[in-house]
Design a protein around this ligand. Structure first.
Ligand code: RTP
Ligand code: MG
Length: 139
């Protein structure tokens, strides 16, 4: 198990609903070290680029609208087995199917507005982290 990194966003729904602090506590308690973090708001172009892989999906327009409607917290996190362990911590995409105690079970409202993002591979974690942060913002 190599020490490695993942990328996350606390999405606009969770920020609006005041869950930022509670979500960061769960991330901290699960043993992730914060490499980079900021509050920001994605433009339409940012969201279309970030989620380009989903551009042909029927929910793409809704997803871009949602992700740009308010601020997010973006962060790079470090831990052994970071990508997989973070996906376990956040739970299934649809909160109705997410395990008890997961971030999405606790804080998500729907499959679209599901509180947090987590990278799905080491390769995407690096791409997504670099999309949001410069080298000077990583510690
Ligand atoms: P994420 O990328 O945000 O961590 O979520 P994920 O891997 O669990 O799910 P993914 O399939 O990558 O979908 C990306 C995001 O698109 C929205 N979505 N909406 N309305 C729908 O049926 C639907 N399906 C997906 C969610 O915000 C999902 O997290
Ligand atoms: Mg995904």
């Amino acid at each position: 198990m190599a020490t490695n990194r993942t990328f996350t966003m606390i999405k606009p729904d969770a920020v609006e609903n005041g869950h930022t602090g509670a979500i960061l506590e769960k991330i901290n308690a699960a043993g992730f070290r914060i490499v980079a973090m900021k509050k920001t708001q994605m433009t339409k172009r940012d969201a279309e680029t970030f989620y380009a892989i989903h551009s042909e999906r029927p929910f793409f327009g809704e997803l871009v609208e949602f992700m740009t409607r308010g601020p997010i917290i973006s962060a790079i996190l470090e831990k052994d087995n970071a990508v997989e362990d973070f996906r376990t911590l956040i739970g299934a995409t649809n909160p109705a199917e997410a395990a008890e105690g997961t971030i999405r079970k606790m804080f998500a409202t729907s499959i679209g507005e599901n509180a947090v993002h987590g990278s799905d591979s080491d390769e995407n974690a690096a791409i997504e982290g670099a999309f949001h942060f410069s080298g000077r913002e990583m510690f």
